[in-house]
Ligand binder design. Structure first.
Ligand SMILES: Nc1ncnc2c1ncn2[C@@H]1O[C@H](COP(=O)(O)OP(=O)(O)O)[C@@H](O)[C@H]1O
Ligand SMILES: [Mg+2]
Length: 501
């Protein structure tokens, strides 16, 4: 009769009665091993390895937690039950992961600490999260860490939620393929390309705004645009007389355009600014002085009419804004990156003015405006000024802005401490309730920590982030998140092609 423990029948494991002790023990051990193996044979492997998944992205432990003794589930430790509030519990046991932002929103990837899915939607969080006062996002990180990939995937996934995506400045032309795949529009601007945008286009009047109010609004926007363009080229603030000259020139051109039923053009404004008799005629008492004061302005605007940007922004637009298209990007990659970025800044000023006026309809639904490679334009105060006034409006219009830069110190290049440029850049930072920090250079860590108020642990985490992994500061709450890409997205967003091909 088989013994109680050895229920196997025929086998080399059968322990003959007359064997000596040592062989008996060896046989029993062998049997125990075989029995263990048999018990586990039917089970699936605890950690299935999905083919193609980056080993870096696989969960460290199976869903059941750490295996073996480390699971601390031996059951040897018996403590009396104790009741406390969660606040006290968090103090007594501080090794807790964040609870997450809830399941509402766009899937981003994995919350590395909580090992849970991470979702995010600025519109869903607004009003639900303390201190979340605006839907804007700042994304900073060194080149190649996947900032654009994150922005593109947020954009792509947001379209599924009915949001529309606008990219007013794409200096690398990498958004074109995304717009194409989503069934959106791309306008490519550059020397020799047929695309034209007239930044003085008047957007259609939103319902509920009176004719008069709208005229004033359009005039204000056009003046702001002309002012920014002039300031960017002249690299200084405008004098009071110059403001007057812009005013007068704009009014003359608009009055003329209205009688002929055309839209005003930058070239016409440059022409009026360059004709002293026309300017002086409009303002009798300053006779002879306004024309002179406008000389610099005339030359500044000339760059857009006859200089390296000739034609692009000085003709009727070749495309109409389609408010129903899911995405619109403006490809500025053919502008040429030589020299300073002034051409890019001027082009971006015109392009974003054109786009923003089209976005001024509060009934246009929820929209994202993404400024990729924004660090290239941070030095230009006039552009920052326009950006900030646009951001102030955006909340009321249902627009979330996303600004992508390399280092946080890019924000500081706008001017010295206490200067207007610096104040504007810092204002933009405050206007971002969500800050996503990808890896920063070692020499940038201290500055970043100071600007964002990072803790020591967070600073250390930022220095060790890998591709696609970022520290998300959402209104004071922190997450380390691994952005996960669908294989199709990976193919679509690949900016390394030219490097690896
Ligand atoms: N989360 C991710 N997982 C895997 N690959 C990624 C991820 N994010 C980005 N990449 C890849 O890394 C490369 C560089 O990303 P990119 O977004 O262009 O970087 P950045 O804009 O920060 O310079 C791209 O080819 C992209 O496909
Ligand atoms: Mg990029």
């Amino acid at each position: 009769m088989p013994s109680r423990t050895n229920r196997a029948s025929a086998s080399p494991l059968f322990v003959p009665r007359k064997s000596d002790r040592r062989t008996a023990r060896a046989a029993r051990d062998q049997f125990a091993v075989a029995r263990g193996k048999a018990r586990h044979a039917g089970r699936p492997e605890s950690r299935p390895t999905a083919p193609g998944l980056d080993p870096d992205l696989r969960a460290t432990y199976p869903p059941a937690g750490r295996p073996g003794d480390a699971s601390a589930r031996g059951g040897k430790l018996k403590l009396p039950s104790h009741r406390m509030t969660t606040a006290v519990a968090a103090g007594a046991y501080p090794f807790l992961a964040e609870g997450g932002l809830g399941a509402q929103g766009i899937y981003v990837g994995r919350d590395v600490h909580a090992e849970a899915a991470f979702t995010y939607d600025p519109f869903a969080l607004y009003g639900r999260l303390d201190g979340f006062t605006n839907p804007n996002i700042l994304l900073a990180g060194v080149i190649g860490m996947g900032k654009s990939a994150l922005a593109k995937s947020l954009a792509l996934r947001a379209v599924a939620f009915g949001y529309r995506i606008y990219v007013p400045c794409d200096p690398k032309g990498e958004w074109t393929i995304v717009a194409h795949e989503l069934g959106g529009q791309t306008i490519a601007l550059g020397p020799g390309l047929p695309g034209r945008l007239n930044p003085l286009d008047a957007p259609t009047r939103p319902a509920g705004v009176s004719e008069d109010n709208w005229r004033t609004e359009v005039r204000k926007r056009r003046l702001l645009l002309l002012g920014s363009l002039a300031k960017t080229v002249l690299r200084r603030e405008l004098h009071p007389m110059e403001h007057t000259a812009l005013d007068v020139a704009l009014d003359q051109v608009v009055t003329h355009a209205e009688t002929t039923g055309a839209t005003p053009l930058l070239g016409q404004i440059a022409y009026v600014l360059g004709s002293p008799e026309q300017l002086d005629g409009a303002l009798g008492e300053l006779s002879g002085r306004l024309g002179q004061a406008a000389e610099d302005l005339a030359h500044a605007l000339r760059r857009l009419v006859h200089g390296d940007l000739a034609g692009m922004f000085d003709a009727p637009s070749t495309v109409a804004f389609d408010p129903a298209a899911p995405m619109l990007s403006i490809d500025l990659s053919r502008l040429g990156g030589a020299g300073d970025d002034t051409a890019l800044v001027l082009a971006m000023t015109c392009a974003s003015a054109w786009m923003e006026s089209a976005l001024s309809d509060p009934a246009g639904g929820r929209r994202w405006v993404i400024y990729d490679e924004a660090w290239r334009v941070m030095r230009h105060v006039a552009l920052l000024e326009r950006m900030q006034s646009q951001w102030k409006l955006s909340r009321g219009l249902g627009i979330a802005n996303m600004m992508i830069i390399h280092r946080l110190s890019d924000l500081l290049t706008a001017g010295d401490a206490g200067s207007r440029g610096r104040a504007l850049a810092e204002g933009l930072l405050t206007d971002c309730s969500t800050r996503i920090i990808y890896r920063q250079e070692a020499d940038q860590l201290a500055a970043s920590a100071a600007l964002l108020g990072l803790t020591g642990v967070e600073t250390q985490a930022v220095s060790a982030l890998t591709k696609g992994r970022g520290l998300w500061k959402v209104a004071g709450r922190s997450f380390i998140t691994q952005h996960l890409l669908h294989p199709r997205e990976l193919e679509l967003f690949d900016t390394d092609v030219r490097m690896t091909a």
